[in-house]
Design a protein. Structure first.
Length: 370
């Protein structure tokens, strides 16, 4: 299925559709399960039906837990010869043609987000607070630890928290603005696809038989819009991928231990997934002072409108794992790196934990040239 595509700039924030002009851009207003079922039917696949009518908002009722009960240990990164630290997927090390990796914040040159006693951060996003030249050099470091060559082309997107996919990674060098979306896929060897995160969930997918790869950025909005399920269906249409040939890796993101959400998120998931209640937990995350001296924090607000009491947390990692299962992947073909970006701020960037002042990690995947 490989097609001839134009060459890429080394670190361009752009990508292009395949030569056929095929692109997937689901209208946000049409994010219900029926459209996704139609996509799978067109691809000759069958997905597990999980949708239900919109407007359902059932209150989560579960045993209350503490954040500590939900937290997990930080993964142990590998360190490249250039000092950059990253997380591989151990099960993917046997796939010799596959490039892949999840960056951490360690081992870079940026100073915008790190403490004075830290050597430097591996910020891979062109954020307003950081120097673009340093970020470009950081990207060289990351690309080098993955491919062995810092000049390997890296294709990224301007991410918009959507279900928009860009199919084919050929780049139009004359394109004045980066392409927007939250998913990339290609069967072209010799380049890396990258998605940036600082709490959202990165998902990488590889077709072991047809040598096609994809990278998805799944925030809560993209998860509700089923970007991962949609992506598996598009891989079938573009590359002939079968779910039984696919393997997926879910990288580090904010964990259920730390991701407190409001009514909008609860309602959105409840309207789209029959298993939504399984994705939420009631978490007693009040600090020790509040627990011991609750009278000090009483307000005149009506019950249910005070910040005191348990909060509702959503498990985005499990939500995307369920989407991969619904798309036909087997449980043993789905891998997770572990690690909460908010809990382990010495290892990861966290937009929420740093109140918006954060760099970006990058999750990359590619096909090694023959």
């Amino acid at each position: 299925m490989s097609s001839s595509r134009a060459s890429n700039p080394r670190f361009g924030e752009t990508s292009q559709n395949s030569d056929s002009g095929l692109a997937a851009n689901l209208d946000p207003a049409q994010s219900d399960a029926e459209e996704l079922d139609a996509l799978f039917q067109a691809a000759g696949l069958v997905r597990s039906g999980r949708g239900k009518s919109a407007g359902v908002n059932r209150r989560v009722r579960s045993e209350r837990v503490s954040p500590e009960e939900l937290s997990s240990l930080a993964p142990v990164p590998e360190t490249g010869s250039n000092g950059a630290q990253w997380l591989p997927v151990s099960a993917w090390q046997r796939i010799k043609w596959l490039w892949h990796g999840f960056s951490t914040r360690r081992g870079g040159l940026s100073r915008a987000y790190c403490a004075d006693d830290v050597g430097g951060d591996l910020n891979l996003g062109f954020t307003a607070s950081d120097d673009r030249e340093l970020v470009a050099r950081n990207r060289c470091l990351m690309v080098e630890v993955i491919t062995g060559n810092p000049n390997t082309p890296l294709v990224t997107l301007r991410q918009i928290h959507s279900s928009v996919l860009v199919i084919g990674a050929g780049c139009d060098a004359g394109r004045p603005a980066p392409r927007k979306g939250d998913g990339l896929m290609t069967d072209e060897p010799g380049l890396l696809l990258g998605v940036q995160t600082a709490d959202c969930i990165p998902v990488l997918v590889a077709d072991r038989k047809r040598r096609a790869v994809a990278a998805f950025h799944a925030g809560w909005r993209g998860t509700v819009k089923r970007i991962v399920e949609n992506g598996v269906g598009r891989m079938r249409l573009e590359f002939g991928s079968q779910p039984e040939d696919l393997t997926a890796a879910i990288g580090p993101g904010i964990g259920v231990c730390c991701y407190a959400v409001g009514e909008e998120v609860l309602s959105s998931f409840g309207s789209q997934f029959a298993y939504a209640d399984q994705l939420f937990r009631e978490v007693d995350d009040a600090d020790e002072v509040r627990r011991r001296y609750p009278m000090l924090f009483l307000t005149q607000r009506a019950p249910g409108h005070s910040p005191m009491g348990p909060s509702v947390h959503v498990d985005l990692i499990e939500a995307n794992r369920r989407q991969l299962l619904d798309a036909g992947l087997s449980a043993r073909a789905i891998h997770t790196t572990g690690g909460c970006t908010s809990c382990h701020r010495d290892l990861f960037f966290s937009h929420r934990a740093s109140h918006g002042h954060a760099g970006r990690m990058m999750s990359v995947i590619g096909i090694r040239p023959r």
